[in-house]
Design a binder for this molecule. Structure first.
Ligand SMILES: Nc1ncnc2c1ncn2[C@@H]1O[C@H](COP(=O)(O)OP(=O)(O)O)[C@@H](O)[C@H]1O
Ligand SMILES: [Mg+2]
Length: 476
């Protein structure tokens, strides 16, 4: 700030200084050329007269306008070294004036002699007792006599004005510079104070403490405030992600521990017997195998959820919906005793990963099977096209249904409703979380819908990327 101010003040100063000088000099130049013309004008009256007469006329004219510090110096140079001037000192009065030393007078005389050398036009010369002087000289021909008339004005006025400008600039510039420095320091401190507080918070967060938040101050569109708000939101999300991660690991460990406890308990029972019967061995083996299956399924589910975050989760291809859904459904009907119903299937193909899609539909159907009674509970699948390019898979059943307040939460990892928790057959609560992960990977959605006839559950998986079959190809 100080540097920029100093440089700009210096530039302005130079311009004003120069401009003041050249303006005043311009005025001086106009004055002295006018004065010279008037002098010559007055001498026209003695045109053709003798040198002595001309000199006398010139002396009369210039004496009538005696030289003072603020008026114009007038002089005439005549042939043969004769001169006339309104300032008697100029061309060497030989005696020193009162208060002047002989050597000073000597220098002044030398300056005066130099004025005797004609310098036609504008020039600057030192003049005794006057200082640097702007001089204008013109040659004139009065018939009998050639002469040079000139006038001059001291440059001291210009110099005084320029010194005034310089003094004003140094004074005002100094004050302005100090004020500007003070103001910029205060402004800088004001702007950087919230940044310093933010830096403190960021350092604490960096050290591992997710607790502190940035103080929100300032106007709504203030960049610092926007930054603080964004940072706080990021911290909120980080803290949330960390805690959900912790919860997830804790839930997963808990789910794994239960079957492991069962297996180790059974093995202990078996080991406590000296001579276990073969029935006991078979029983324990069957129990252990069931628990190991549970563990494997849980690990598989965890793996799928972990992979779902990756970009190469899906292997998308064109899936011909007719055969795909029929095959899937035929396989499912073999796994349980229910009234399986398959509605009309949208005719066309879907851009999807067939393995993941099958997994999602199997999870939905398995839930429906788990929540319906054997043998005539209804488990139904409908595959309908939706405009513009989506397709909806609805798995519904006539079981107890999903209560309104659970409809969002059933998709959370490890979330089970109370009825799901008591069931021995129930999973770990990852089935619907996987369905949602697969739906989102396909840029689709899954949600619990109102059951069509007031009871039972109905879950709708909607995926984009559906292409209707050409009408001409007809139905399969
Ligand atoms: N068809 C359904 N009818 C009633 N409740 C269901 C149905 N599908 C899912 N649920 C409830 O949603 C919860 C979450 O389902 P899910 O994620 O598949 O976990 P899990 O089947 O392992 O319990 C289950 O505990 C269950 O209570
Ligand atoms: Mg399930």
């Amino acid at each position: 700030m100080a540097g920029v101010l100093l440089v700009s003040a210096a530039v302005v100063f130079l311009v004003v200084y120069q401009d003041t000088g050249s303006q005043l000099e311009g005025e001086i130049d106009r004055d002295i050329s006018g004065d010279t013309s008037q002098l010559l004008q007055s001498l026209q009256g003695v045109r053709g007269k003798s040198l002595a007469q001309i000199q006398a006329a010139a002396i009369d004219y210039v004496r009538a306008q005696p030289y003072t510090a603020t008026s114009t110096l007038l002089f005439v140079l005549l042939p043969g070294g004769a001169t006339a001037s309104n300032h008697p000192e100029v061309f060497g009065s030989l005696r020193p004036q009162p208060g002047e030393t002989v050597s000073e007078q000597f220098i002044e005389n030398a300056e005066g002699r130099r004025l005797l050398v004609p310098r036609i036009g504008y020039s600057v010369a030192p003049v005794p007792d006057v200082g640097r002087t702007r001089i204008f000289e013109r040659r004139a021909d009065l018939g009998t006599t050639q002469l040079i008339a000139g006038s001059g004005e001291p440059l001291a006025l210009v110099e005084r004005a320029q010194h005034g400008v310089a003094r004003a600039f140094v004074l005002a510039g100094g004050v302005v510079l100090v004020l500007a420095l003070l103001a910029s320091y205060l402004a800088g401190a004001r702007v950087s104070a919230p940044l310093r507080r933010m830096a403190q918070v960021a350092t604490r967060v960096d050290a591992g403490d997710l607790g502190p938040r940035m103080e929100i101050t300032g106007r709504r569109l203030d960049e610092v405030r926007v930054l603080a708000e964004a940072f706080n939101r990021m911290l909120d999300r980080l803290a949330e992600a960390f805690s959900s991660q912790r919860e997830f690991v804790a839930d997963a460990s808990h789910e794994l521990r239960t079957p492991l406890t069962v297996i180790s308990g059974q093995l202990e029972v078996l080991a406590a017997q000296e001579n276990p019967s073969s029935e006991d061995i078979v029983r324990v083996e069957r129990l252990a195998r069931a628990e190991i299956t549970r563990i494997s399924r849980l690990v598989d589910d965890l793996l799928v959820l972990a992979q779902a975050e990756r970009t190469d989760f899906l292997r998308v291809e064109s899936v011909d919906l007719g055969p795909f859904v029929t095959d899937l459904w035929d396989g499912l009907t073999l796994t349980a005793e229910r009234r399986f119903e398959l509605g009309e299937i949208a005719d066309g193909s879907l851009r999807a990963d067939p393995d993941r899609l099958a997994q999602a539909l199997r999870n939905l159907a398995r839930n429906a099977i788990e929540h319906t009674a054997e043998p005539d509970g209804v488990v139904r699948l409908d595959v309908r096209p939706l405009a513009p390019d989506r397709v909806s898979f609805v798995v519904s059943d006539d079981g107890p249904g999903i209560p309104e307040h659970e409809r969002e939460r059933v998709f959370e990892r490890f979330h089970r409703t109370d009825s799901g928790r008591t069931r021995a057959t129930g999973g770990a609560g990852l089935g619907l979380a996987i369905v949602r992960a697969i739906a989102e990977a396909h840029k689709g959605v899954v949600r619990v819908r109102d059951a069509p006839n007031g009871h039972g559950a109905s879950i709708d998986l909607v995926l984009p990327g559906f292409h209707r079959a050409e009408v001409s190809s007809g139905r399969r």
